[in-house]
Write a protein that binds this ligand. Sequence first.
Ligand code: PHE
Length: 444
Amino acid sequence: MSERETWTSRIGFIFAAVGSAVGLGNIWSFPFQTAANGGAAFLVVYLLAVFLIGFPTMMAEFVIGRRGEQNPVASFKNIGYGNWSFAGGLGVFSSLVTLSFYSVVGGWVLSYIVGSATGAYFGDAGAYFGSIASGPTAIAAHAVFMLVTIGIVASGVTDGIERATTFMIPAILVLLVGLAAWATTLEGATAGYAFYLSPDFGVIADNFWSIVPPAMGQAFFTLSLGFSVMIAYSSYLGRDDSLPADGGAIVVVNTLVALLAGFVVFPILFATGGAGGAGGGAGTAFVALAGAFGNLPAGGIIGFVFFAVLLFAALSSSISLLEVPVSYISENYGYSRATTAVAMGATIALVGVPATFGTSWLGFYNDVVFKLLLPVAVLLIAVFVGWVADTEAVDELGRGSTFGESFTTAWLWWVRVVVPFAVIVTLYLGVTALYEGLNTGAYF
Ligand code: PHE
């Protein structure tokens, strides 16, 4: 077997992991989930979920990957618990399903970049969305997006993923800061900031149980947890850096990007008529924002930059989603990375085709991942790290870390008790909602 690749530097790993974390979830869903769930009230619960549940879970995945030094399935075996490989396998499956529809949305972003250049959506954003979101245009754009993803993953961990994200992450940060600065000049921006930033604790109290599942789902999704992505990426570490420090940096940058996206989106929406209509999910988000761009001076340029940022974010995530099955298949069956990337990419693209028929399939895929697959995978990882491979986990977290034993012990107990408890509650609420949705014909 050829020698396994490793990241060329610590910052290379951090950029790649930030690239996976920063995605459509931060720039597109986060602002709109916030709008749909009461603004700042959602923000508070979401931030708690990210730091209290997401961050410890990320270290749990890192511990498995760095110790296992193999793809997410074989890593469990390598640590000595082959009968837990299915937990990694579940992440492989979730990555596959998620990429299939993530790429469809990536295709929409491509169409909006074209639309910003040609002005096609300026007059009637709703009609434009209708014309690109399903049917042949959607299939073609989905295929292009997937081809680019395949190209990067086929080029390898360092020459493909690390190189692409080292370019894309700084670009995303600089452009977003620029957009947020520009947004401060908009008339009506203040109302946008107010909606976004003043939490109404009454709203939190009244809606707590309905805010928890989307906030937790969003926290896992945005940090790429439960997909075996962080297991795969940390398996290329080959070095003893501090996992808590790296994880902390990744979580903080990812959160900053989401917050920044809010500082771009809310002023724009409020400058052109408020957040109304923006909370209705996938399509309305594209329509509301694009409509706003159409009504602003120089909106075409702003739209172009915004959708370019969104494209970089989507690509730096989609490559991590493809990397998971590719690393598994190529290592397990001995095929070359390039061949596997093409074959897996093509298969996943086909699985995604139904999501180009209309947004209800997309919503269904999305809900199955958010409400079922993600929490189950995170629960398995917490139980595995906390109760099964706890000795190995504690030892691994300590390697290269300066945080000391009390930090590691606190982390272990947190992963043993608090994380599973929070996830079980989320799972219960999510599965009930999913079941209800299926019964009431919310999807099909
Ligand atoms: N974290 C990415 C986002 O916020 C999505 C993602 C999930 C990417 C899981 C990889 C794995 O858009």
